[in-house]
Design a protein around this ligand. Structure first.
Ligand SMILES: *Cc1c(COP(=O)(O)O)cnc(C)c1O
Length: 399
């Protein structure tokens, strides 16, 4: 017996444009699920391009270094390399990935504030020479590499409102930074500038503005003290995307940041490290209903992907993803629960969601699934991770 699969649509379909072409998006998703099985993550490189260009346009003074951490996938790196992006690395695995794809070392910075000597050496051998530190112990690790490495000092700005406050674990105070710069000067280590991360999915651009002003004060203090001038300001990642709650459009979001950056002389290189903003909208998850039960007046649907898989960001990233099922015009909706496949009760994706009546095998779609999803998924209970299917992949530049 043979199964006849529908053909993939000939023209590339943009997943973001659901309203303009809902039927072709549905067809694409169903075709992909039939071809590859579920769970799936559909990664659309056209959206990666669109997001990168939108950020570059909104913040033209800051060269964007894509932070690999939220979605370290080769197709993302290839797409962004063709767009002219730079890269923000934090681990040996990330160094190896960009190296294999032919990213030149000088297009990268290494921003993990805590590294082993072997990590520093690994990055240097690749050709990455800019590193981040935030304490004396780390500074001293660079004594042997003072002729090759240049350092940024990371400042801490706490942010309780972000999805993930990245200043609890890392960063020093402005006074601490000045002490480190003085110490580095005595050791003959070159401090290039300052960096910070205001927290991932930061809704309020004023967090950047405050941090930029504080960095400006440190720049001036360093000059007053007669130390070598700082020439780089790294404003980190954190740029927000629209999950359930509306956020400012990127152009509007960046306007006050640009204004704050204007206080720095043109000789200062400004860079950013966007992660989530580039990849979050580029991925749609596709899961299937494995089974169902009525509990407390709601229908529970058990999917083949969940909190231990692609929806791991529900826990680690504190994210809530827009999820939906295909339904016909005017179809009745019922209070439903979407749960993952594992035997653990924490494995619930959505508790209060209105859905049409679903059959076993029906598809459930998650949107904005590109950042901190596949990257933190596990295979708990031996449920395999979702397969990533790449759409609109860049053509290889090398023969
Ligand atoms: C995670 C991380 C990023 C990316 O942050 P987003 O909020 O995803 O943009 C950038 N820089 C550093 C140092 C990070 O740890």
């Amino acid at each position: 017996m043979s199964i006849i699969l529908p053909k993939l649509p000939a023209a590339p379909v943009c997943l973001s444009e659901i309203n303009s072409c809902p039927s072709s998006e549905q067809e694409l998703i169903q075709t992909a699920a039939a071809l590859h099985g579920t769970p799936l993550l559909l990664l659309d490189c056209d959206i990666i391009r669109r997001q990168y260009r939108a950020l570059r346009q909104a913040l033209p003074e800051a060269a964007a270094h894509f932070a690999l951490k939220p979605l370290p996938h080769p197709a993302v790196v290839k797409t962004l390399l063709q767009e002219g992006a730079n890269f923000d690395l934090a681990t040996n695995g990330e160094v190896d990935l960009v190296q294999e794809l032919g990213v030149p070392g000088e297009k990268t910075i290494h921003t993990h504030p805590i590294k082993r000597d072997s990590d520093i050496l690994h990055a240097l051998l690749y050709g990455c020479t800019v590193f981040v530190i935030d304490n004396l112990n780390e500074l001293e690790k660079f004594i042997p590499y003072r002729h090759e490495a240049e350092l940024l000092i990371r400042l801490s700005f706490r942010n309780a409102d972000a999805y993930s406050d990245l200043s609890k674990k890392f960063g020093c105070s402005p006074e601490g930074a000045i002490e480190l710069i003085q110490h580095a000067h005595r050791l003959g280590i070159y401090i290039k500038g300052l960096s910070f991360h205001v927290g991932s999915q930061t809704a309020d651009p004023q967090k950047y503005v405050t941090a930029i002003h504080t960095c400006g004060e440190v720049f001036r203090r360093v000059t007053e003290l007669g130390l070598p001038k700082l020439n780089t300001l790294d404003i980190g990642g954190g740029f927000p995307v629209h999950y359930i709650d509306q956020v400012l459009a990127i152009q509007e979001f960046c306007a006050p940041i640009r204004e704050a950056l204007a206080e720095f002389p043109e000789s200062v290189d400004v860079i950013s490290e966007p992660g989530r903003f580039i990849v979050a909208p580029a991925v749609i998850s596709v899961a299937s209903v494995m089974g169902q039960a009525e509990r407390d007046g709601k229908t529970w649907y058990y999917l083949d992907d969940g909190v231990y898989g692609s929806f791991s960001g529900t826990i680690y990233d504190h994210a809530v993803y827009p999820v939906e099922a295909f339904c016909k015009e005017g179809e009745e909706l019922y209070p439903s629960v979407l749960a993952g496949p594992t035997c653990d009760s924490i494995d619930v994706i959505a508790e209060d969601i209105m859905l049409p009546k679903l059959n076993n095998g029906d598809l459930v779609i998650g949107r904005m699934m590109g950042a901190y999803t596949a990257a933190t998924a596990s295979e708990f209970n031996f449920f395999p991770k979702a397969k990533i299917v790449v759409l609109n992949e860049p053509l290889d530049m090398m023969p």
